[in-house]
Design a protein around this ligand. Structure first.
Ligand code: APR
Length: 262
């Protein structure tokens, strides 16, 4: 972490410890060290292959069978990367911050399942989870293996509704159950750790701004500056997979220091 001072880490650690209710918002940058490319920036998927159509959901509704045939026969580059990706040290550091009672909820824009694989218990996947399927009528989510693909498009065993990937398609409304959790948790936050997101996509990008507007603290972890950087109380520039373990170690050292001196 070439340009990261211990002072910045300690300041961030003190803010996390002092806060009443810490949440986190993560984006694709936290999975880069797990081998999954980001969407934007020089190595971004959208930079290389162009943004997907913004009416992906409408196309699904118009031809659900075609959606499934395409999904099964032409897996996307990110779907291929997901198959072999594993959590990185930064994911495990966030789990440790949860186990320390510091981090109360992680809101992730990522669909790669890595926070779950690392063991994060309190997690809201606002753009869905690429390893799951979801009925668009009753909202039930299924493991991929739980639904037969003998007949396409697959239908919900509960309500016969159409089933698609749980990944929220462009043009698809964010499922209300997860959106309500994100909005509730944002309202409760007096400190938000924002890691690996370009903060372009709403509603997620509004959450850190709301925490700031309600008098809370923002700590940003990113390789570069983002539209959120001017709002950040501490901006830790560098790789998530390096910064989060260092930040977690700093929090632990300060918590231990407290117990030995009190
Ligand atoms: N460590 C920390 N930050 C990193 C790292 C890293 N190793 N590598 C990249 N980043 C940062 C980039 O600087 C950028 O700010 O992560 C961010 C990635 O931004 P995007 O690729 O735009 O990803 P994200 O913010 O999650 O996109 C939001 O857009 O396309 C939609 O649904 C998609 O969930 C996605 C949403």
């Amino acid at each position: 972490m070439k340009n990261l001072s211990q002072t910045e880490l300690e300041r961030a650690a003190d803010l996390l410890i002092a806060a009443r209710y810490v949440t986190a918002l993560t984006g694709a940058g936290v999975s880069v060290e797990s081998g999954i490319p980001p969407f934007r920036g020089p190595d971004g998927l959208w930079t290389k292959h162009g943004e997907p159509p913004l009416d992906g959901y409408q196309r699904f509704l118009a031809d659900p069978k075609g959606y499934w045939e395409n999904r099964l026969h032409n897996p996307s580059p990110i779907a291929v990367a997901l198959e072999k990706a594993k959590p990185n040290p930064g994911h495990y550091a966030m789990v440790e911050l949860e186990e320390l009672g510091i981090l109360r909820m992680v809101i992730t824009q990522n669909i790669d399942n890595l926070h779950r694989m690392a063991g994060q218990k309190r997690l809201a996947e606002i753009h869905g989870n690429g390893t799951l399927l979801r009925c668009i009528q009753c909202g039930t989510r299924f493991a991929r293996t739980a639904i037969s693909l003998e007949v396409l498009p697959p239908r919900c065993p509960h309500c016969q509704g159409l089933i698609k990937s749980d990944t929220v398609s462009f043009g698809e409304p964010i499922p209300l159950d997860v959106l309500e959790v994100c909005e509730r948790e944002t309202r409760r936050s007096d400190c938000m750790l924002v890691a690996g997101t370009s903060a372009f996509v709403y509603p997620a990008a509004a959450f850190p701004q709301q925490v700031k507007q309600q008098g809370g603290i923002l700590i940003e972890v990113n390789l570069t500056e983002t539209p959120l950087t001017p709002w950040a109380d501490v901006s830790l520039q560098g790789k998530f997979g390096e910064i989060l373990p260092a930040l977690c170690a700093c929090v632990k050292a300060r918590l231990q220091g407290r117990t030995t001196t009190t």
